[in-house]
Ligand binder design. Structure first.
Ligand code: NAD
Length: 275
């Protein structure tokens, strides 16, 4: 096992927060802090029972400063405004390592995160699974080999409580396809089909979104020509896959120089691994 860490988890009672808590304990780390929203009925409660464990001595706090107090790394799967506010607190507290899984940041918020990375080692990924990381490389490769006469469509399905759309993972895959085509996604991204003038221009990358029940996260990237179709797919079967990846990222981030890193750095997979 790697060095035992003191981990603080933002949004610790959320769907991902609980998975992160379980994965951190399973990996032998100490969870030294956990934050929840002001007004949460869990504030002041011990974190252990959140995952059916005995009390640990750490309680849920509504203050990132308190939650981060003795942490060496902060893991944040919450909402964009909350993540950004926590980064401010972490810089003041001197917690040098951060893992961000939150999705749905605006371009301005992404720029703020980049600025924080001058002082903090931040690992940020829209998806912490190994399979999606590999899928990104495959999509980049396929897009670079297939001409613009091939339509690229990205379809994602998630549970009906998801806030942002398209998912962070769909946008990561769109970025990979756009990189393969040698043009920024901002120039190729097509809005969803809707209305009387919905036809897409050649070379654009289209996004479709489904929300249904309890789906954890399905992504399909389809390349279609007039004569054949190729679909690359990924399905998450358990949220634990993201939590395990995030704990690996936390272990990797502690003691790193400030900077903005991705899961490919953690896994040692350069984006150009597949040629
Ligand atoms: P969730 O709503 O279940 O959990 C978010 C938690 O944050 C909630 O418990 C909420 O009470 C808490 N919160 C809200 N305000 C807070 C505050 N001020 N301080 C502390 N906590 C606060 O959502 P989720 O399904 O766990 O997803 C969270 C985020 O993670 C979303 O952006 C989602 O898209 C993303 N996500 C990323 C990955 C990945 O691999 N990168 C995987 C799954 C989910």
């Amino acid at each position: 096992m790697s060095k035992k860490l003191n981990i603080a988890i933002a949004g610790i009672a959320g769907r991902m927060g609980r998975q992160l808590l379980q994965a951190a304990l399973d990996a032998g780390h100490t969870v030294s802090g956990g934050s929840e929203a002001p007004g949460s009925p869990l504030l002041g409660n011990d974190i252990g029972p959140l995952v059916g464990q005995p009390p640990t001595g750490t309680v849920v706090s509504n203050s990132p400063d308190t939650a981060a107090q003795s942490a060496s790394v902060w893991i944040d799967f919450t909402i964009p405004a909350v993540t950004l506010k926590s980064l401010q607190a972490l810089r003041e507290q001197g917690v040098g390592a951060v893992v961000i899984g939150t999705t749905g940041f605006t371009p301005e918020q992404e720029a703020e995160i980049e600025a924080f990375a001058n002082d903090l080692a931040i690992v940020k990924a829209g998806n912490f699974s190994l399979g999606v990381n590999l899928l990104q490389a495959l999509v980049r490769q396929a897009a670079s080999r297939l001409g613009t006469e091939w339509d690229i469509e990205i379809l994602e399905t998630h549970h009906s409580r998801k806030v942002d759309a398209p998912s962070g993972t769909a946008l990561m895959l769109g970025d990979a396809a756009a990189e393969g085509r040698g043009t920024p996604l901002s120039e190729l991204r097509a809005p969803p089909y809707d209305g009387a003038q919905a036809k897409r221009n050649s070379g654009e990358i289209g996004f479709s979104v489904r929300r249904s029940g309890g789906v954890i996260g399905d992504h399909d990237v389809t390349f279609g020509s007039d004569m054949e179709m190729l679909t690359l797919s990924h399905r998450a079967l358990d949220r634990a896959v993201f939590a395990t990846g995030a704990i690996k990222a936390a272990e990797w981030a502690v003691g790193r120089a400030p900077g903005l890193y991705g899961l490919d750095h953690v896994l040692g997979l350069a984006p150009s691994t597949l040629q």
